[in-house]
Design a protein around this ligand. Structure first.
Ligand SMILES: Cc1cc2nc3c(=O)[nH]c(=O)nc-3n(C[C@H](O)[C@H](O)[C@H](O)COP(=O)(O)O)c2cc1C
Ligand SMILES: CCCCC(=O)C(=O)O
Length: 415
């Protein structure tokens, strides 16, 4: 596999794995950004286990099947996705690279990979939609207590051609992220939470991450001109921490969200153009409720270990959700996926599709659009290779027959 097939981009010899991508990105991000992107809630148990839990599973490869034509593609929202992998919504991508979500969208279009856009993006949903063109894109939604803001956003997303909203349901309040608190994390004024720029300019308050502990000393709230140090840092050198003032928009996560009142309302707002999915389901009970309330799909997620520390790793929560849903609606999963084999394992355990969060941010920090393309290529190549070596030519062939589980004492069991 050292040589690339004709027409394929050459390897980046400095970066052959997602782990190496993370290392490159670390050198290019300032401390505030690196900590914000990489940390998990509290002591980080769930963050770590999201990745390590994949090691409990081993693959049972089948051989002597013609592997000359492997098709990694899957349908998603009626369109062909080149692999069962999408880019999870992550906030404030301009912190990683000045082009932010636009660079991500272009890379997704190029790779034929779906993109989730965070409500808290630093580019507008319209600009991102233009950059990704016809390829599926979904808007992640925090449903605000002030419904007018959410209504406006939903209308704009419909008009811009978004296929679905992913309502994030694991964030009735923000998880405790201690480095974020210690760094007094703030978005440099040079960037905006673009989808609410109008609303936040008019409302003179700041929303802070992680609660009161972030309220900045009054001297820091003084407006300053954007520092040029936030631009032009893509020269491989570590960027200086951006100076300057910070405004967070005024919408915090919404602790009042509930099944009965909010899902029906959201479905009405989104119909008929956009599907409504829930992102952040981790139990069979909630999976049943999601089906009962008529959502169109589920993302099994613990927000990349950033919300409830001590929650199950998503790959461990996935089987009970898959069983409860019983194929009535699609089940996707995210969290800790860093290898093509992780994608294969998630699919074997019943997921229809996976989403990737931090590795994309690392790609952005490494080389902007090119870095995101590299990230997607590494995972796609690894996934294709895994399919071939495991003896599957179509994604639909991947099943639990291809996995065993290894417990702590080394005991191996079939699934
Ligand atoms: C820096 C960062 C910002 C995030 N922002 C959002 C967000 O705005 N909305 C959301 O629903 N999830 C957000 N997430 C969670 C991701 O959508 C996804 O669930 C998670 O990153 C998957 O785990 P992984 O990073 O291990 O791949 C964020 C994650 C990170 C790391
Ligand atoms: C209010 C949360 C904004 C971004 C987010 O979801 C995250 O940092 O995990």
């Amino acid at each position: 596999m050292a040589a690339r097939e004709k027409g394929e981009k050459p390897h980046d010899l400095n970066c052959l794995t997602i782990h190496e991508l993370e290392k490159h990105a670390e050198l290019r991000m300032d401390k505030q950004t690196r900590d914000y992107y990489n940390e998990g809630a509290d002591s980080g148990t769930t963050l770590l286990e999201n990745s390590t839990a994949y090691n409990k599973y081993r693959i049972r490869p089948r051989v002597l099947r013609d592997m000359s034509l492997i098709d990694t593609s899957v349908p998603l929202f009626g369109v062909k996705n080149s692999v069962p992998i999408g880019v999870a919504p992550t906030a404030m991508q301009c912190l990683a690279h000045p082009d932010g979500e636009i660079a991500t969208a272009r890379a997704c279009k190029d790779a034929e990979v779906a993109m989730g856009l965070s409500s808290f993006a630093t580019n507008t949903l319209e600009d991102v939609a233009k950059a990704i063109g016809d390829h599926p894109h979904v808007l992640q939604l925090y449903l605000f207590e002030e419904r007018e803001h959410s209504k406006k956003l939903i209308q704009r997303a419909k008009k811009a051609g978004y296929k679905a909203v992913f309502l994030t349901v694991d964030t009735p309040m923000l998880g405790r992220r201690n480095m974020e608190i210690r760094n007094q994390f703030k978005l440099p004024k040079v960037y905006k939470i673009a989808n609410f720029a109008e609303d936040s300019d008019s409302a003179a308050s700041e929303t802070v991450m992680n609660g009161a502990s972030l309220s900045a000393p009054s001297s820091e709230k003084t407006e300053e001109k954007a520092s040029s140090s936030t631009k032009g840092y893509h020269d491989g050198k570590q960027r200086r921490p951006p100076k300057g003032p910070i405004t967070f928009h005024t919408h915090a996560p919404n602790p009042t969200l509930c099944w009965e009142r909010d899902i029906g309302w959201l479905k009405e707002q989104c119909a008929p153009e956009m599907e409504v999915w829930v992102k952040g389901i981790a139990t069979a009970e909630d999976a049943h409720l999601a089906v009962h309330h008529g959502v169109d799909g589920i993302v099994v997620s613990n927000h990349g270990g950033r919300q409830l520390n001590g929650a199950l790793a998503t790959i461990d929560a996935l089987p009970e959700v898959v069983e409860a849903v019983d194929r009535k609606i699609p089940v996707h999963v995210d969290g800790g996926i860093r290898h093509g084999t992780d994608v294969f394992k998630a699919l074997a355990l019943g997921a229809d599709f996976v989403w990737i969060g931090r590795p994309v941010l690392w790609g952005l920090a490494y080389k902007g659009q090119e870095g995101v393309e590299l990230c997607l290529r590494l995972l796609s190549d690894e996934f294709k290779l895994c399919m071939g070596l495991a003896g599957t030519v179509k994604v639909t062939e991947i099943s639990k027959d291809y996995l065993v589980k290894v417990d702590k004492s080394g005991f191996i069991s079939r699934l």
